[in-house]
Design a protein around this ligand. Structure first.
Ligand code: OFO
Length: 176
């Protein structure tokens, strides 16, 4: 059984992960609208990853006998115009989520909630991966410069990204 304090903080994280999904779905819509179907697919895959992150916390609360509480999801505010700016915004957002996950880990440790601590450590690794992905894409964009061919290839490459998490979010969660 987890404390109300920890459950409340996990509920906040559910909101943030679901907002992340909504944000990346909005970015995917922008990319589709601009004709970059591959990049749109990358962002839509990210949407599924974020919903998985959200549901993993959700299921944890249910398993612990605590109630998931769903709050309002903010409207995504997208200021990015160029492809580079979209991935810079992605990296910035992931840094925010990393800080939020670290805060949750610190709470679990201070509350001596070792089960939650174990769960959140999975997210610590996941956040390192999320930031790495955005950094790698930004490096490639940097190398590409103003090359139209580079952009054409980036669109193809990012379109190869496939969903690796269970689309049935209610299924038992395998390690990913
Ligand atoms: Fe859930 O990792 Fe991105 O936000």
């Amino acid at each position: 059984m987890i404390s109300k304090k920890v459950a409340d903080r996990i509920n906040l994280q559910i909101n943030r992960e679901t907002f992340s999904a909504y944000l990346y779905m909005a970015m995917s819509a922008h990319m589709s609208d601009d004709g970059y179907n591959g990049i749109a697919k990358w962002f839509m895959t990210q949407y599924h990853e974020e919903m998985f992150h959200s549901m993993k916390f959700y299921q944890y609360l249910v398993d612990q006998g605590a109630k998931p509480v769903l709050e309002q999801i903010d409207k995504p505010a997208i200021k990015a115009k160029t492809i580079k700016e979209f991935f810079e915004a992605t990296l910035e957002h992931e840094k925010f989520v990393t800080a939020s996950i670290r805060e949750l880990l610190e709470l679990a440790i201070s509350e001596k909630d070792y089960a939650t601590e174990n769960l959140v450590r999975w997210y610590i690794d996941e956040q390192a991966e999320e930031e790495k992905n955005a950094i790698e894409i930004l490096r490639n964009i940097e190398l590409m410069g103003d090359s139209k061919h580079g952009l054409f290839m980036l669109n193809i490459e990012l379109g190869k990204r496939a969903v690796t998490i269970p689309l049935d979010y209610t299924a038992p969660f395998p390690a990913v």
